[in-house]
Design a protein around this ligand. Structure first.
Ligand code: ZN
Length: 141
């Protein structure tokens, strides 16, 4: 199961101090009309909420980390869900003692500093549909 894409454009940018990472990235992708792409970033957060998907209950469990942390790595993809750009990203964070946390990015992960690169792909649109066996909205091929 795969599709072929070409790299069309690369945008680099920075999110404002205090902004919500997921909502900002989603609105950037909506403005740019991205239907397939990839995001990379790093920087630091003031606090974070990250998820772990429980494969048995098929539900996310949310982990609130109410402290400043470094973003060691941030990677995500962009596709369409319900015909709108949807950002799916995972984040790896480190606290002042170097303890590492990671998970599925959700709202209420707040920027201290955030520098991103968005890779826009050229090709047919990449859509998410509900997948019975995982309970997730996965890419449709
Ligand atoms: Zn995820």
């Amino acid at each position: 199961m795969k599709k072929e894409y070409f790299l069309e454009k690369i945008f680099i940018g920075r999110l404002n101090y205090g902004s919500d990472i997921l909502s900002e990235l989603t609105s950037i992708c909506e403005d740019l009309n991205i239907f397939a792409g990839k995001i990379e970033a790093f920087g630091a957060v003031q606090r974070a909420t990250i998820g772990y998907y429980d494969q048995k209950s098929k539900e996310y469990r949310w982990n609130k980390l109410n402290k400043p942390m470094e973003i060691l790595s941030f990677i995500g993809n962009i596709s369409l869900k319900d015909n709108k750009p949807f950002v799916h990203a995972h984040i790896t964070l480190a606290d002042e003692e170097g303890r590492v946390y990671g998970g599925h990015l959700t709202n209420d992960t707040v920027v201290f500093a955030f520098e991103y690169t968005i890779f826009c792909f050229k090709g047919e649109s990449l859509n998410r549909i509900y997948d019975e066996s995982t309970g997730l909205f996965l890419w449709k091929f």
